[in-house]
Design a protein around this ligand. Structure first.
Ligand code: ARG
Ligand code: ZN
Length: 865
């Protein structure tokens, strides 16, 4: 069943308070819910049915205003409880129902993440705990009493403040929590289990002392300091940047191993995938450290953008997610390096979101319909959503943006609102008319700007045309996108650059600039708008931009364009001649050398500048990509560079090996990143010196960033599973499940095509592979499909059939993970006919298997291609 935004109606009933009692036993939990319910003001006096959502539970008792409700006054079905003909305008409903967390493998609602119990309610999991009006615009006050065995579940946690606790006969105990803030059901949480707890405090700007607690599996306390530090940084940052203070007396984070997504912002009780909580130098990469900081920030920032002001309905998801991603991006930029963070965010957007938006699942940041809302927690809603917020920030400026945020909370605190309300607040505070800008919310697809330039006298003239990808979007005059477009004009003689912020409002526009001499335009500085820019650059222009541009993002773009250009030339040479091009042009060599030599560049940034475009990115730019040829030519180009500049890479690798102290600073991140990058080129050179460097790097690695990188290079070089490098890692880390995830995913992503599939079938049977844990499923199947392109897209279709078969299996217990795994097939509309036919056949087997709603929605869109 498809749900449409245009059908939104307020709920005829609202729930004022809910008192929950959850009695936890080994084979079930008994839930008692007492709700104070009122009719919505527009429904007062009417006789109405009250519909409550509820799935996967057994109704045990039902009382209306304290009296048992007769059978003819209600109906229960597999997903609803309907109380018939309610005439009262206010009443109490008491429900008793039974659930079984131990059997809940979908990880929605109340479930077991062995051995603890926890919840995931966003977006529609609360209906698996008890019958409720499970939609975000129904905001109630909650009290929650939990009762359980004291030894097995010493910690009993829920939202808000603990208002009581005590012992009970039979070794049981209880704890009761009360959340003073109204909230939608998706923010409800409970946890029961035995943990180690890291404790700290934070004093707010008004001098209130907040208790901070991080709950982790026994033995993992040593991996919590980074998370705790990140939490305190987030709290301080939100006070300083937006004047937002934390509002409860306690903030808890619980790390669990079985979790469908990254983390969840439940009021006062965040629940996190352990991959985004636990980190130490030996077992976590720099990327992991940054991920923990970013996600801790993200969930913390939701307390205001998401919890205090929430979404009216799920079509508004980007209201909280786009805004909160924007906030976490800004936080990370302030904590680390702004230039590097921006580059990473744009890389992610282009690699994943642009691809999503060009494929069968393309949708606007505010979708207008869905079958299963879980399928819309996407790169588009999150990351493109953040870019839309960033454009507002650019258009009105930092100060007015801050005023707009203040206005937003002034107008909407405590309410469930829409993206329209947000834009309205920004408009009121800034005085800028954003009516045309609103088109971004309903527009799917990545726009392209076709830019050309000419010189007229002493004027430099830019002609800019907007193009939208989907022919189905009819562009009338009033729905052209408005966007900020930052440009720089780089003077070819003085190397000085002049910046301009343009506002594009029309399909075709011309801009004129007075200039003294010849200029090279640098377009979309800082990636001011999430668009594709086409401009007929000469390689010489790009080299100029790469060397002299001030804007780091555009410098990176220019180098990528040069690589792209070189790669394509090599690729067509290979296709035409059946052999690889042995040469490198001197122009390219000297450009690359200039990069190596430039000592003014921050090292993280340098390692990005040296990064060739990914096979993924290159495939996306081609129609009917030849994955094998891409893989071969890509490797060959890297090899040539590795050989040509071997001395430099060896020396730099050696120099960086002398840095011994482990720090979590941008400088240290940069040193490790560049050291790894040097090793990549050295190994690519396929020389003795390269292999020696690899052995040394691996043997001496004292942190995971360097250790895992070396392991991946061994795997990619084609060593057997039994090879020392792979086995040594396994033996060293088999007791750390987070590290084993890296071992599995590295093998899935980097194993050469000739044995990748066979190897994955072997890995699935490994005793450490946890068959029902989402992190493990992703580490094998999605890593393989998304990052081992030439192996997955083998045109015999074997890998397609294999992954489809695994999706069917996973769909039987965890639809959310299965539907995400179906993302393996996202390139379907780009494939040649042989691959497309094989892929369709594989997808049909999923359809024949009675898929879940989640998987059905995704697979049917792929098949419609
Ligand atoms: N609101 C969470 C976050 O972005 C994501 C939860 C999504 N969960 C899900 N099952 N779809 O931080
Ligand atoms: Zn979020």
């Amino acid at each position: 069943k498809t749900i449409y935004l245009k059908d939104y109606r307020p709920s005829p009933f609202t729930i004022d308070t809910i008192d929950l009692t959850v009695d936890i036993h080994a084979d079930h939990s008994m839930v008692t819910s007492v709700m104070r319910i009122e009719k919505h003001k527009d429904s007062v006096g009417q006789k109405l049915n009250l519909e409550l959502n509820g799935e996967g539970m057994e109704l045990v008792g039902l009382k209306f205003n304290g009296e048992v409700l007769p059978n003819d006054r209600f109906q229960v079905s597999s997903d609803k409880l309907v109380i018939l003909n309610v005439t009262h305008d206010e009443f109490t409903l008491e429900i008793q129902n039974k659930i079984n967390p131990a059997e809940n493998k979908a990880l929605e609602g109340f479930y077991q993440s062995c051995p603890q119990l926890c919840t995931q309610c966003e977006p529609e999991g609360f209906r698996r705990i008890t019958y409720f009006i499970d939609r975000p615009d129904v905001m109630a006050k909650y009290t929650t009493k939990m009762i359980a065995d004291k030894k097995q579940y010493p910690s009993l946690l829920s939202n808000g403040n603990r208002i009581g606790s005590g012992d009970l006969p039979g070794g049981r105990h209880w704890a009761q929590w009360q959340d003073p803030f109204r909230k939608p059901s998706y923010l409800f949480a409970m946890v029961a289990g035995e943990f180690d707890v890291a404790r700290d405090t934070f004093t707010t700007m008004k001098g209130r002392k907040i208790d901070l607690e991080i709950y982790v599996d026994k033995g993992n306390l040593g991996k919590t300091p980074h998370a705790m530090n990140s939490l305190k940084q987030s709290m301080k940052w939100d006070e300083e940047t937006f004047g937002l203070e934390y509002d409860l007396d306690i903030y808890m984070i619980v790390a669990v191993d079985s979790f469908n997504m990254g983390a969840m912002e439940n009021k006062g009780l965040n629940i996190f995938n352990s991959t985004y909580t636990l980190a130490d130098e030996k077992s976590a990469t720099d990327h992991d450290f940054q991920g923990v900081q970013g996600v801790i920030g993200h969930e913390y920032f939701h307390n205001w953008t998401g919890n205090r002001v929430t979404c009216r309905d799920w079509f508004q998801l980007t209201l909280k997610e786009g805004l909160t991603v924007f906030r976490d991006q800004e936080f990370s930029s302030d904590m680390l390096s702004r230039a590097v963070k921006r580059l990473e965010d744009v890389r992610l957007l282009k690699d994943s979101q642009f691809a999503e938006d060009a494929g069968p699942l393309s949708h606007p940041i505010r979708p207008s319909s869905y079958i299963e809302i879980n399928n819309f927690y996407t790169r588009t809603v999150y990351e493109k959503g953040a870019e839309v917020i960033r454009m507002i920030h650019t258009l009105i400026g930092k100060e007015k943006f801050r005023k707009g945020m203040d206005k937003y909370f002034e107008l909407f605190d405590g309410q469930a609102v829409t993206t329209e309300d947000f834009v309205h607040a920004m408009e009121v505070a800034s005085g800028k008319d954003l009516s045309q800008f609103r088109n971004w919310y309903s527009r799917p697809g990545t726009p392209t700007l076709k830019v050309t330039s000419r010189k007229e006298g002493n004027e430099f003239v830019l002609d800019i045309e907007q193009k939208y990808p989907l022919p189905t979007v009819k562009v009338e005059d009033n729905n052209v996108l408005l966007m900020p477009f930052k440009i720089g004009l780089l003077d070819k003689t003085t190397k000085k650059e002049e910046e301009h912020l343009l506002e594009l409002k029309n399909l075709k526009e011309t801009f004129r600039f007075k200039v003294n001499g010849d200029v090279t335009p640098s377009l979309n500085l800082g990636f001011s708008a999430p668009v594709i820019v086409e401009y007929p650059y000469e390689v010489a222009d790009l080299i100029e931009l790469m060397s002299f541009n001030k804007d780091p993002y555009c410098r990176y773009e220019a180098t990528q364009k040069i690589y792209d250009h070189v790669f394509k030339a090599e690729f067509y040479y290979f296709k035409a001649n059946g052999k690889l091009n042995p040469d490198l042009t001197s122009e390219f060599k000297s450009a690359f050398q200039n990069l190596l030599k430039d000592e003014s560049i921050d090292l993280s940034f340098k390692s990005y500048l040296l990064d060739l475009p990914t096979e993924n990115g290159l495939s996306q730019e081609m129609i009917q990509p030849d994955f094998d040829a891409i893989h071969t030519v890509h490797g060959h180009l890297r090899k040539k560079l590795g050989l040509e500049f071997q001395d430099w890479f060896l020396k730099e690798h050696e120099r960086l090996s002398k840095v011994s102290k482990f720090e979590l600073t941008p400088k240290a991140f940069g040193e490790r990143a560049l050291k790894n990058q040097c090793l990549t080129y050295l190994v690519a050179s396929e020389t003795k010196a390269g292999m020696e460097a690899l052995d040394k790097h691996y043997g001496n690695a004292t942190n995971m960033t360097e250790e895992i990188h070396a392991l991946q290079l061994y795997i990619a070089s084609g060593v057997e599973l039994e090879h020392d490098s792979i086995q040594k890692f396994y033996q060293k880390w088999k007791h750390d499940s987070l590290v084993m995830l890296k071992w599995f995913s590295s093998l899935a992503a980097y194993s050469p095509k000739k044995f990748a599939l066979e190897r994955i079938e072997k890995l699935e049977k490994n005793v450490l592979f946890q068959k029902q844990v989402p992190n493990y499923l992703r580490s094998l199947y999605l890593q393989f499909a998304k990052n081992n392109l030439h192996a997955f897209h083998d045109d015999n279709g074997a890998a397609y059939r294999f992954v489809a078969q695994r999706i069917c299996h996973i769909d039987g217990f965890n639809p959310q993970v299965a539907s995400r795994a179906a993302g393996a097939f996202s390139l379907i509309n780009k494939l040649d006919s042989k691959r497309q036919t094989e892929m369709k056949a594989a997808l049909k087997t999923i359809m024949d298997n009675k898929p879940s709603r989640d998987t059905f929605e995704v697979v049917s869109k792929y098949l419609a291609q």
